[in-house]
Design a protein around this ligand. Sequence first.
Ligand SMILES: CC(C)(COP(=O)(O)OP(=O)(O)OC[C@H]1O[C@@H](n2cnc3c(N)ncnc32)[C@H](O)[C@@H]1OP(=O)(O)O)[C@@H](O)C(=O)NCCC(=O)NCCS
Length: 354
Amino acid sequence: MTVNWCLLRSTQIVAISKLLLNILKLQILFFFRHLISFNLMKHASLDALAHQEDAVLVSLAMEAEGKIGQREKKMTRKEILERKKAIENVIKSASAVKDHLSFFPHFRHYRTNGLYAHLEAGCGNKLTLHRKRYIQNLLKLNMEAPYGPEWPAEEKIKRREMVAKEACYIFVYEISSEDVDEMSRLGDRAKTCSCEGPIVGFVHYRFILEEEVPVVYVYELQLEPRVQGKGLGKFLMQLIELIACKNRMGAVVLTVQRANLSAMDFYIGKLGYTISAISPSRVDPLLGLEKSYEILCKTFDDEAQAVLEIKSQRTNYMENRYETEHGMDDHMIKSEERIEFKYSWSRIFLGRCC
Ligand SMILES: CC(C)(COP(=O)(O)OP(=O)(O)OC[C@H]1O[C@@H](n2cnc3c(N)ncnc32)[C@H](O)[C@@H]1OP(=O)(O)O)[C@@H](O)C(=O)NCCC(=O)NCCS
């Protein structure tokens, strides 16, 4: 009996030991899995901010498997954080400049096609009542038609955007021919407009992150009808592009109502802007049909180009077809035709899909 008991006991002990060992193994396994997924999650969220998701996730997975060392891991994290901070600082310092015109004194005055104008910088949270009213009236005059039934809601949004502290402005004041002489005598010293000419237009722009690329976003470019077609719009956009480059922005980005054909033609046909990869019509043709606007851009570096400009094969194909049928340099092509072609193609594509 004693021997049997002893045998039974030793068998039990072995069984219990095996069980305990297995439990321990499992716990160790769970612990390591938890550690790895925690690391991955932690770094994935950092990475989302630093725009290098795949590289970091792969490196962290390798690291968890002990394939790369601790030192390299720290370098990657450091780089990510440094990059994020650098971009934030670029935006911050660009937004902190009170008068971007001070870097481009030759852009303070405009004298072409019989139009004499003086430019002044402004800020959204320092607008006078006169300037606020002017902006609202000109927006209504120029934009009510292109927005159509969307205008009442859009007008409210624009009123809020108008006074934001991030809103940077360039106001255009018309100057009389008598004052022109005085202005030219003062030259670059004529920083503020002593002459009492009326405002004839303005640009509202901001320094923001678009898909993690620092950009100048043109919220509004509005000119009174009587000063349109005199080169002023082009002049103001050239100034905006200079401001963007001076402040190390990757691109100038803006939104245009598709119904605003003359603006589409101005930006795409005359100033060389392209429909951005982030524009609804480029993201998804169906979405493009739902939305009434396009996002346009002009990029200044490789990263901005890769994020904002690279086109899908579908749209490239569509454009190639358009160019083959109509010729590359045919500036006589109306934007109506271009847009119609694009959307008829989208419809064909959707038809094929469904
Ligand atoms: C769109 C707008 C900013 C253009 O400014 P503008 O001063 O009239 O344009 P410019 O005189 O600088 O024109 C620059 C070029 O574009 C061409 N252009 C201007 N308006 C055009 C139009 N309606 N149709 C076709 N081409 C046009 C000009 O012929 C010129 O070409 P060129 O360089 O070969 O001579 C201005 O017309 C405007 O304020 N429109 C109403 C508001 C609006 O739509 N804003 C844009 C919303 S995002």
